[in-house]
Design a protein around this ligand. Structure first.
Ligand code: ATP
Length: 318
């Protein structure tokens, strides 16, 4: 943490959630929201709540949806100085409704919202120049403005001795053009910490099979891998062949959105605060589990005290 804050770059959204289960939005229905959201924002919120130095780069509109986000992140202790306020475009949004089988219907306004309209600026540069860690979502590489900021920031943060974590959240089916694919591989290879799910692990490595994918990623240059397996827990893999399995906590799932981002934010923050992989895994598993107990993508993100209480009072799966 001494080198400076953890910075996350990417989309800031509000999420509005249907309160009934069913198919889509073709008729009038009860909704609840706005909730602060956007995977990078969820990640950085969890970092801040856990007491790590944290800062966010992105954009919101000059509207209440934007203020929901900036007020929330400020309360979490996140530096919001590099969140720009777009005078012309509204804050990004996602309407979501869960179907009976657990899949989701979305109506997004991201690409044509403030969320996708930010770039390098003096303020962003000043923040990156004093940052110690950068966290990147793979999906951001397909947004040109975010890509420019991320690639510049990676070079600056690493040059000053900082570190990089990557959540390669790109679906298996998603075909990237050759140039973006190359940039994605370069980013993955530079990661000090990679935080994939099983499918993303194979996608990032470009090979099938967990063991083979892990081997390939270390070969590419990745330093540390933490694999997220939902209710089946998580596993840390080290370059020396070491591994630690962490079972998930037993909770009642209300809203699965944001589990992976809270998990990642907690793991990274604990590591930067000097904790062992094992202890970081415990906090991360608690952060992911606690977040799914509450409606809203980051409403269940816990403070250190809340996570300690959760860990002490909650059973783990066998
Ligand atoms: P999302 O995309 O929904 O944010 P993800 O797919 O990136 O999440 P998951 O593996 O679903 O990541 O969740 C990350 C971690 O959070 C898991 O490894 C687990 O420790 C914890 N977790 C997630 N869901 C649950 C659950 N229902 N019960 C207990 N723990 C959970």
């Amino acid at each position: 943490d001494a080198l400076g804050p953890t910075v996350c770059v990417g989309e800031i959204l509000v999420e509005i959630v249907a309160t009934t289960v069913g198919d889509g939005f073709l008729e009038a229905q009860p909704l609840v929201g706005p909730f602060a959201s956007g995977a990078p924002a969820i990640f950085i919120s969890q970092c801040g709540r856990l007491g790590g130095k944290a800062a966010m780069v992105g954009a919101v509109g000059d509207d209440d949806f934007g203020r929901v986000n900036t007020d929330r992140l400020k309360r979490d202790g996140v530096d919001v100085s590099a969140i720009s306020i777009d005078a012309d475009y509204p804050t990004g949004s996602a309407f979501v409704r869960y179907r009976a089988d657990g899949s989701r219907d979305f109506v997004y306004n991201i690409a044509t919202s403030a969320a996708a309209r930010f770039g390098w600026s003096q303020t962003v540069g000043d923040l990156i120049d004093r940052s110690g860690h950068l966290h990147v979502m793979g999906s951001a590489l397909s947004v040109p403005s975010a890509r420019e900021v991320i690639e510049k920031a990676v070079d600056i943060v690493r040059a000053r001795g900082g570190t990089l974590s990557v959540d390669p959240n790109i679906r298996r089916e998603l075909k990237l053009d050759e140039d973006t694919e190359r940039r994605f591989s370069k980013l993955v290879a530079a990661a000090d910490l990679l935080l994939p799910t099983g499918e993303e692990l194979e996608r990032a490595a470009g090979v099938e099979g967990e063991a083979e994918a892990i081997r390939r990623l270390f070969e590419m240059g990745v330093k540390e891998i933490v694999l997220k397996r939902g209710v089946n827990g998580a596993t840390y893999f080290g370059r020396q062949g070491d591994r630690i399995d962490a079972p998930a906590f037993v909770v009642q799932e209300v809203d699965p959105t944001g589990a992976g981002d809270c998990f990642g934010g907690a793991y990274l923050t604990c590591r930067r605060l000097g904790m062992s992989q094992k202890q970081a895994l415990t906090y991360a598993s608690a952060a992911g589990a606690r977040n799914v107990m509450v409606l809203g993508p980051m409403e269940g993100a816990g403070t250190r005290q809340e996570l300690d209480a959760f860990i002490a009072s909650t059973e783990r799966r066998r």
